[in-house]
Ligand binder design. Structure first.
Ligand code: DP6
Length: 359
């Protein structure tokens, strides 16, 4: 079994300067990660579809510096200095220094942009931390060309996890499992792994239309929300349920049963928000329009038998999931009946994708 110590690298050549650029997608969890232990270890396993269009593109320039006692970096967002992102990166570097001891030898310029609007309420931490981790691994590969591809992607996911848990699912593969699960022998709490079985053709090119219900700052960050699962009255039952739901979803991803898919995915979304509503302090991230949309989706599904469902992440936006072969009818429904509930009528059409790419 791979342990945390396997990611402590020591053998490095010397390189003066260089530059890499990676794009990393966002992902949408089907079985949710909500609750964690020390060092970003998840309280339960999760599984996600990797997205294709919602991406962060990050360029990393590095040059050797004289002293190596502190981290040194400039951070640009869409080409302009962005001071308020810096503490998060500083903390990330501190967390990963043990595994990447070469970081203090360089000055970095990190230039990052998203393909989706910054204030869309779409989590950019998953794609952002994934893209930065890919760049750091490209640097590590330049310093030590002997590392294997498997190690490269595994460690990228391991590092991304230390930046933001869900980021470890944005590295490689269209369906990714993170967190130890009995029926997925390759799974690990330390990094995400590609879903190891054959994916039923019903899920090929699966669609995710993201309805932007509320673009405002969240009142409660995910990190605070995860923390509230400590001493939560339903925590242990919830963590067990995630294991059961992942077992059930594994079968569904193999046999293509969309009715079962819908039950698991919608129940997971509502359970996530139920955990928020039953923590102390309690909070609600859904908005009235989130519920309006859910009810419309249920009505449409009952009337048409079209296998469309919703999921939510830690916010008010709704992800509408459906197979490719019904996309025309569903898009018409979305445009006619759901767009009115979106802030300024905004929504994003996405589709299941393959993970990070070197540019
Ligand atoms: C609701 O990965 O954003 O989207 O590890 O504290 O950065 P941190 O949390 P984060 O939590 C995401 C939670 C979720 C569910 C999920 O993506 O599995």
């Amino acid at each position: 079994m791979v342990s945390e110590k396997d990611f402590i690298s020591t053998d490095f050549a010397s390189i003066e300067k260089g530059s890499f650029q990676w794009s990393s997608p966002s992902n949408i969890a089907l079985v949710k990660y909500w609750g964690k232990k020390e060092n970003q270890i998840p309280a339960n396993p999760s599984i996600s579809f990797t997205l294709n269009n919602c991406k962060t593109i990050t360029k990393l320039d590095f040059s050797k510096k004289e002293t190596n006692d502190t981290f040194s970096f400039d951070l640009l967002f869409e080409g302009k200095p962005k001071e308020d992102f810096k503490p998060k990166i500083q903390k990330f570097f501190e967390r990963i220094e043990k595994y990447c001891p070469y970081l203090k030898q360089y000055h970095f310029t990190i230039d990052t942009e998203n393909t989706f609007p910054h204030s869309s309420g779409i989590a950019s931490s998953a794609s952002g931390m994934a893209a930065l981790s890919m760049n750091i691994m490209s640097l590590e590969k330049a310093l030590n060309p002997t590392i294997t591809d498997d190690f490269f992607y595994q460690k990228a996911s391991f590092l991304a996890r230390l930046g933001s848990g869900s980021a470890c699912r944005s590295i490689k593969g269209n369906v990714v499992v993170w967190g130890k699960h009995d029926e997925i022998s390759t799974s690990s709490d330390l990094f995400g792994v590609e879903y190891p079985s054959q994916l039923h053709e019903n899920f090929h090119n699966y669609q995710d239309t993201i309805l932007l219900v509320d673009k405002g700052e969240k009142q409660v960050s995910s990190t605070v929300g995860h923390d509230l699962m400590h001493n939560h009255p339903y925590a242990s039952t919830r963590f067990e349920q995630a294991h059961t739901n992942l077992s059930a979803l594994k079968k569904v991803l193999e046999n293509g049963n969309l009715d079962e898919f819908i039950k698991i995915v919608e129940s997971e979304a509502l359970t996530l928000h139920a955990m928020m509503m039953t923590s102390m302090p309690y909070f609600i991230l859904m908005k009235p329009n989130t519920l309006e949309i859910i009810n419309k989706i249920w009505k449409f599904r009952n009337q048409t038998n079209i296998p469309i469902c919703f999921t939510l992440d830690a916010g008010a936006n709704v992800h509408v999931l459906y197979p490719e072969n019904v996309s025309e009818t569903v898009l018409q429904f979305i445009q006619q009946e759901l767009v009115g509930y979106c802030q300024n009528g905004n929504y994003i059409c996405d589709i299941i994708g393959n993970g990070s790419q070197l540019m």
